[in-house]
Ligand binder design. Structure first.
Ligand code: GRF
Length: 213
């Protein structure tokens, strides 16, 4: 970086993001689309998946980002898999770890290690409709407004302090797929914006209340 008069100035290095994904990876794709901009403040340095067939692997390859598969099938038990995930993530020396459609529960030791730096995105307005079927459960409940939540991860399932949320209306005739696709449009934008702000400005957490900056 240079000043207008050509003098070099020190720029803050981009925060190192590791993204954990289980599926198609449209949220990962959105982060990869943002991270080349030097002003974004964060860069995806590694992708980890539990699923050898995850579309995320191709996205990472195309972006020139290192990726690793840590499949439970390759481990004796859950504890060994958890250790495998922890070791693989640590290799990337992350500043922030982002769970972007990662459909497994991480061990409390992992959560503690990255406390305050472990971020999840969820396709519902938490604390309503946590768990793997947030979109289906909101629809079944008959809510008129749902949305998405970016939050810090704690030991529970989708229970950590909320960083940011966006509402998405439920439309007459929505099925789970249509509603989820609409939520995902909002979710990608929210995740990219929130992760960038956290990387650039930092987080301040008091109890359950999170402030960026
Ligand atoms: C997202 O809605 C995420 O919140 C949920 O699964 C979806 C993953 O989408 N858990 P993608 O793999 O990023 O396209």
């Amino acid at each position: 970086m240079q000043t207008p008069s050509g003098h070099p100035v020190e720029s803050t290095p981009a925060k190192r993001l590791v993204v954990l994904v289980s599926g198609g990876g449209s949220n990962l794709a959105a982060l990869l689309a943002a991270h080349d901009d030097g002003a974004y403040g964060a860069r995806v340095v590694g992708v980890l998946t539990d699923n050898p067939a995850a579309g995320a692997l191709e996205l990472a390859r195309d972006a020139g980002v290192a990726s690793v598969v840590v499949s439970p099938k390759d481990f004796e038990d859950r504890a060994a898999w958890n250790d495998g995930v922890a070791e693989a993530v640590a290799v990337f020396r992350p500043d922030l770890v982002v769970l972007a459609g990662f459909m497994r529960i991480l061990a409390p030791s992992f959560v503690r290690r990255y406390e305050g730096r472990l971020i999840n995105t969820h396709p519902a307005l938490l604390p309503s409709f946590p768990g793997a079927h947030g979109v289906r459960d909101a629809l079944a409940h008959g809510v008129k407004v749902t949305g998405c939540t970016v939050h810090l991860v704690d030991d529970g399932v989708d229970t950590g302090p909320i960083i940011a949320q966006v509402a998405v209306p439920v439309l007459d005739g929505d099925d789970e797929h249509a509603l989820h696709e609409r939520i995902k449009v909002a979710e990608r934008a929210l995740l990219v914006e929130t992760v960038g702000r956290v990387a650039r400005e930092g987080l301040y957490v008091v109890g359950r209340k999170v402030t960026i900056g």
